[in-house]
Design a protein around this ligand. Structure first.
Ligand code: NCD
Ligand code: ZN
Length: 342
């Protein structure tokens, strides 16, 4: 097969930042995707509907002229989130979900929630008005080994949230372990998960073997091979609980290649191509469209896209970097060859 035509996909987990980074990365995303769920972890975080609307305008203004792209906004859930704000989200055409970060779990998560039980009244309100909860599923406890943080979060917090709010739609974002896949599989159809390209492509050797590779460092951290295999199995299963969410998270090269490098992989420049590589290796290209273009839209109760996109089999080399002002962003798979091109 040398050509693959799909319904245009959407990215159900994306970081676009603001300023000049936004301008570069949004063009990449809009070139591929019709819509994307925009993460609210700016500095300061987006916690109110009116802030999300302003951020949405900023994103639309940053788009290259003539591009159509629909940013689906989210709010950052904090200890200060009110039931009133939940109702505003339910009535908003542009804000689609709340994102929950355990405090300190990842980049710009200082405003996250410390005591999850304290936000149960807010989750109750979200359940009532059917606003989805997107979860960064990791404990932020420094005493917990970084490779165990997702598994421990599921046992210590997520299981109880799912049990207490059986009608709340929940996306367990960027699942990285077999335990997370099994948890999502065992839960009702209200519980789904996104899967990133890096967690499908790499195991933890890609970060640590033969030298430290900061561009493979993201959170939740990439795990052992048997976890990667479980993620692959889920992604290519055709089960609508699992859909595309790149977690493309741009950081300047100088912030990644640093004695304390920050977390996040930049994949938006060729997200669909990266997933296509993975699905092709598994002989599962026929399962890509459901994963990339249907299941997320269905879960968010949004219409599937009407347009199509076509991937061509074409070898090309990923650039070493993309310029941003006087700095750069280094993409995932920089200088490596990919075999599909949109
Ligand atoms: C994300 C970022 O940089 O905003 N980083 C990451 O490693 N995934 C934050 C996040 O989604 O955890
Ligand atoms: Zn993210």
């Amino acid at each position: 097969m040398d050509k693959l035509t799909l319904t245009q996909p959407d990215d159900w987990h994306l970081h676009v930042r603001n300023g000049s980074v936004l301008k570069t990365v949004i063009a990449h995303t809009a070139n591929q995707f019709a819509r994307a769920i925009i993460m609210p972890n700016l500095k300061p975080p987006i916690t109110k509907v009116n802030e999300a609307l302003n951020y949405r305008s900023e994103i639309l203004q940053a788009l290259p002229v003539g591009t159509s792209f629909n940013p689906l906004m989210t709010l950052y859930l904090t200890a200060k989130t009110t039931v009133n704000e939940v109702k505003k989200v339910a009535n908003s055409e542009y804000v689609h979900a709340f994102k929950l970060y355990p405090a300190g779990a990842t980049t710009n998560s200082d405003a996250g929630v410390n005591e999850l039980k304290s936000i149960y009244p807010i989750l109750e309100a979200m359940q009532q008005v059917d606003v989805p909860l997107l979860i960064h599923g990791e404990v932020s406890d420094n005493a917990c080994d970084i490779f165990d943080r997702e598994k421990v979060f599921i046992e210590s917090s997520l299981a109880n949230i799912v049990k207490t709010f059986p009608k709340l739609r929940i996306v367990v974002e960027h699942v990285t372990t077999k335990e997370a896949v099994d948890f999502v599989l065992s839960a009702s159809d209200k519980v789904a998960a996104t899967i990133t390209p890096q967690h499908l492509m790499f195991n933890r050797n890609a970060i640590l073997a033969g030298g430290i590779r900061p561009h493979h460092y993201c959170l939740p951290i990439i795990k052992r091979e048997h976890h990667r295999l479980a993620l692959i199995k889920a992604a290519i299963s055709g089960n609508p609980k699992f859909f595309l969410g790149t977690d493309s998270a741009p950081h300047l090269t100088s912030a990644k290649e640093n004695s304390c490098g920050c977390a996040g992989c930049y994949s938006a420049y060729a997200a669909l191509e990266l997933y296509a590589e993975v699905f092709e290796k598994e002989n599962a290209l026929d399962k890509l469209e459901g994963f990339a273009s249907f299941f997320g839209a269905d879960f968010y109760q949004l219409p599937r896209n009407k347009k199509t996109v076509t991937l061509q089999r074409q070898a090309w080399t990923v650039p070493a970097s993309y310029p941003i002002d006087n700095e750069t962003i280094t993409p995932l798979k920089a200088n490596e060859n990919l075999s599909w091109k949109l």
